[in-house]
Structure formats: structure tokens, C-alpha cells
Design a protein around this ligand. Structure first.
Ligand SMILES: Cc1cc2nc3c(=O)[nH]c(=O)nc-3n(C[C@H](O)[C@H](O)[C@H](O)COP(=O)(O)OP(=O)(O)OC[C@H]3O[C@@H](n4cnc5c(N)ncnc54)[C@H](O)[C@@H]3O)c2cc1C
Length: 399
């Protein structure tokens, strides 16, 4: 017998405490199952917890955790949806679910979830950008998304800090943003209040007995047993040992850099997504005066360095649209790794190994998709049945 004290078993064990693992855990607890989440640095734990963890925070798994860095923009339309109606339906379902998901979470957690439905303004700067706005309008309007076309002066009325050269806008009054740091902190609190466990530890291996997944081994040798094991470890999902070949698809890291500025009062009234000569930039304001500007997109492996070029790119685009941002205080420039599959679609559901499930691959839209992904996973874990909405996102599509 091992000398290492094992952890209490749970019906569901989730490896990864980013927004996807946490949303899955909270929804699953709501269905009455017992849940343990394993993560050395669960999202929402805050920068201090990472700093306290010292060198391990930068060298081990989780440095570059996407959910901590993400801006939390929640647009109805997204270029990833244009060619895939299943992804579009998933995004629309998550969009419709966001208000009740966050209200219920706040009640469970006793903390704000950081959701704002106070409008999203898309701005075009040059002629080519106006054409893109028209494409977005033609795409989202038939889906029942409320959007209004705005002239330059109407845009300036809504957001006085915009550069006067702005050409046109598209305003979606029912869209908005969420603060992923508040959302994940609320999820951790909600999980703990519902009796779930968030174990600050790193998993190294999936344990398989016969043909069935039965638990995970932690870096210190302890074992956490479970009836169902969910891998939600972002771009680290296929680094765990013990999994038969071909069961977990490639989930590669795609780096994104994000700039955070600060002012005493919010610089913007609502989220702005801008196009500057064909390149996009978005700015997400928080109530406390933080302004999040994103994001770069770099396919360079597990690299979390932040670059002068990335900073210059974001500042150039953002200050073309909003010249006044140069006066704001610098707060943070950080990089996260978007968990991205070969077909750039999420992976949600059971694998061919009984008891082993996946919830990852959300790439650029994991904050948008967290409510619906958590709910889909909870349904699968509680009933064994995947909802129709999830059919295209099964891990089995890669086998
Ligand atoms: C710059 C940037 C901006 C973005 N902006 C937006 C946005 O505006 N809107 C939007 O919808 N999406 C956005 N995204 C995408 C979104 O952040 C991701 O899709 C989402 O956060 C993925 O969540 P996750 O839980 O799958 O992964 P992560 O947040 O990366 O979490 C994975 C977790 O697994 C843990 N882990 C890894 N290995 C192990 C192990 N062995 N044992 C235990 N735990 C482990 C890690 O510590 C980590 O906490 C952005 C992403 C980036 C990088």
C-alpha cells in the first residue's frame, strides 16, 4: 500500500480549474453529484496566490492560463461562426444563457460575476472596415440579434472619446462583456459553497483500471479517485500521462497578449471592437476604471513572453480609434495560451475510454462559451446523454 495519503474520492474529478473546468464543476454540483477540481492555480485565485506560489507559478502548468488573461468580450457575431452553423448555435445558446447563469452563480457564490449587458459598439475606421461591418450586420441580423447601424456622429455621441475620423458603427445594445477574473472567482466560491472541492495540486497521470478511467495521480503521489474524470486542462490537456494513444486530440497553445490600463473613472461606457485598416482591436471597460485592450494572436507553442512588438501593435490600433488612451495609467501587459484544436472547435463530451471525458479546445471564445459548455458537460456527466447542441463537438470526431 502507498504511504501517500489519498484524497477523498468524488463522483466527478475535473483536471483544470480554468473557466471551462470551473463552469463544468459548478453546473455538475447543481445536479447533485460530488465534484473535485484539481488545479495548482485555479483561475480566479488572484495574482497574489500565483505570486505566493513563487517560481512554480511560472515554470509549471498554468503559466499562461487563458482564463486569467482573457478580456471577456461577448459579441453576438464572431468571424469563427460564419462558416459553421453548429458553432453559431452554440454561441447563441451561451449568449442567451449568460444572464441567468451569472445571476444564479452570484446567488450561490455571494460574489459578483462581472457580467455587463450594456452594449457593444463595432467601429469602422477606413473604407475596407465599413465593408466588414456590413458583413457582420448581414450575418447577425437574421439570427435575431438586435443591431443598429450608426453614423460617425452617432458613434461619437455614444462614445465621446472616439477619434473624429471614425467612419461608421454597428451597435448591439443587448451584448456586452464579463470580467473573467470575477467570473472565475465567483465560480470557485460557488463550487465551494455547494460542497465541491478545489484542490490546489497538479495532476500528472490519468489512472486506468482495465479499460476504465478511475482517477488521477497528483504530482506529490496522492491519488484522487472518481467515477468520471474530466480533462479540462486547456492547452495542457494532452500532456497528462496514462492516456491511450489517440484518445485526446492535439490541443495546441495559441498565444495572445493583452494590455490593461487604468483610470479613476471608466474611460469608455461600453465595449468597443474596432477595425483599423483591416486589423481588429477591442477595448473592454470595467466598472473600477480598468480598460482591457486585446489581443495579439501568435502560434508559437508554449511561449508566454510578452513582446515590445505586441504592445506597440495594440497601442497603435487602440490609439488610432481612441487617441486619449495615451493618458491612462499602465496596469498590466500579459500573455495567455488559447487551447486550440486542429479544427479550431471545442471538444466536449465522452471519449472512447469509459469514464474519461474532455472539455477543452475553446480557443478564442471560451469565455463566451463557458456557460453553455459547463451546462452541456453537467448534463453528460449526470445523465450519460449529450444534448443535440453538442453533437458536433464530441471528442469522437477525431477518432
Ligand atoms: C489574450 C486572450 C484574450 C481572450 N479574450 C477572450 C474574450 O474576450 N472572449 C472569449 O470568449 N474568450 C477569450 N479568450 C479565450 C478564452 O480565454 C479561452 O478560450 C478560455 O479561457 C479557455 O479556458 P480553459 O479553462 O479551457 O483553459 P485555461 O484557462 O487555460 O485553464 C486551463 C487550466 O488547466 C490547469 N492545468 C493544466 N495542466 C494541469 C494539470 N496537469 N493538473 C491540474 N491542472 C492543470 C491550468 O493551471 C489552468 O488553470 C481569450 C484568450 C486569450 C489568451
Amino acid at each position: 500500500m502507498s504511504e501517500t495519503q489519498n484524497e477523498a474520492p468524488a463522483q466527478v474529478v475535473i483536471v483544470g480549474g480554468g473557466v471551462i473546468g470551473l463552469a463544468t464543476a459548478w453546473r455538475t454540483l447543481g445536479r447533485g453529484l460530488t465534484v473535485t477540481v484539481i488545479d495548482p492555480f485555479p483561475a480566479g485565485a488572484g495574482a497574489q496566490a500565483r505570486a505566493d506560489a513563487g517560481a512554480a507559478a511560472s515554470a509549471e502548468v498554468g503559466a499562461g492560463q487563458a482564463s486569467r488573461v482573457a478580456a471577456g468580450m461577448l459579441p453576438a457575431g464572431n468571424e469563427m461562426m460564419y462558416d459553421n452553423s453548429d458553432l453559431m448555435n452554440l454561441c447563441l445558446a451561451s449568449r442567451a444563457f449568460y444572464p441567468s447563469f451569472t445571476a444564479e452563480l452570484e446567488a450561490d457564490a455571494g460574489l459578483p460575476a462581472g457580467y455587463r449587458r450594456d452594449g457593444l459598439l463595432e467601429i469602422a475606421y477606413g473604407d475596407v472596415d465599413v465593408a466588414v461591418l456590413n458583413r457582420i450586420l448581414n450575418f447577425v441580423e437574421p439570427l435575431g440579434v438586435k443591431v443598429e447601424q450608426l453614423t460617425a456622429s452617432q458613434c461619437l455621441e455614444l462614445e465621446p472619446e472616439l477619434a473624429p475620423e471614425v467612419q461608421a458603427g454597428l451597435y448591439a445594445p443587448e451584448d456586452g462583456s464579463v470580467d473573467p477574473r470575477q467570473l472565475t472567482a465567483a465560480l470557485v466560491a460557488g463550487i465551494e459553497r455547494l460542497g465541491g472541492t478545489v484542490l490546489r495540486a497538479s495532476a500528472t497521470e490519468v489512472l486506468i483500471d482495465g479499460d476504465r478511467a478511475t482517477g488521477v495521480r497528483l504530482a506529490d503521489g496522492r491519488v484522487v479517485s472518481g467515477e468520471q474524470i474530466v480533462l479540462a486542462a486547456g492547452c495542457w490537456t494532452n500532456q497528462l500521462k496514462g492516456i491511450p494513444a489517440g484518445v485526446v486530440p492535439e490541443v495546441r497553445p495559441v498565444k495572445g497578449e493583452v494590455l490593461r490600463l487604468r483610470s479613476e473613472r471608466p474611460f469608455l461606457r461600453r465595449t468597443i471592437r474596432g477595425l483599423v485598416d483591416g486589423s481588429s482591436v477591442y477595448l473592454v471597460p470595467r466598472a473600477d476604471g480598468e480598460l482591457v485592450i486585446g489581443a495579439t494572436y501568435l502560434d508559437r507553442g508554449y511561449d508566454t513572453t510578452v513582446t515590445a512588438g505586441g504592445l506597440a501593435q495594440l497601442l497603435r490600433r487602440a490609439s488610432t480609434l481612441l487617441p486619449g488612451i495615451g493618458d491612462l495609467e499602465f496596469a498590466e501587459f500579459s500573455a495567455g495560451l488559447r487551447p486550440t484544436t486542429v479544427d479550431e472547435l471545442p471538444v466536449l463530451g465522452a471519449t472512447r475510454v469509459p469514464g474519461l471525458l474532455l472539455a477543452t479546445g475553446h480557443s478564442r471564445i471560451g469565455i463566451q462559451l463557458a456557460p453553455i459548455s459547463g451546462d452541456i458537460m453537467a448534463q453528460i456527466l449526470a445523465t450519460g446523454e449529450a444534448p443535440e447542441l453538442a453533437a458536433s463537438f464530441s471528442p469522437l470526431r477525431f477518432s
